[in-house]
Design a protein around this ligand. Structure first.
Ligand code: ZN
Length: 104
């Protein structure tokens, strides 16, 4: 019987099997099934890990989407601002040109 530490597949912490077939990681609570020869390590709650990974992935997507929306709002605000400034400038130029013609 080997007494080597096994690595928790969920958090990477070293866990001592102590000859048990199923060990619970003391750090994250993941149940790890240890085969008789200690060479095959299987995570018992794989589904939960996949689920939490999916949740993290979803959260990432949600943040990305929010960031993109803010970016597009900022862009449209910027283009509206540029549009208004150009109109004001054109009106300003027309007034100056008309003023010059009227003085003559
Ligand atoms: Zn762990």
């Amino acid at each position: 019987m080997k007494t080597t530490m096994i690595k928790c597949p969920a958090c990477g912490a070293g866990v001592e099997p102590d000859g048990r077939s199923v060990v619970e990681c003391p750090y994250c609570g993941t149940k790890i099934s240890v085969a008789d020869d200690d060479s095959v390590i299987r995570v018992v709650n794989e589904a939960e890990i996949i689920k939490s990974n999916n949740e993290i992935e979803l959260e990432k997507l949600r943040i990305e989407e929010q960031r993109r929306q803010e970016e597009s709002i900022r862009k449209s605000f910027k283009s509206t601002f540029i549009f208004i400034i150009s109109i004001v400038l054109v009106i300003f130029l027309i007034v100056i040109i008309m003023g010059l013609f009227m003085n003559e």
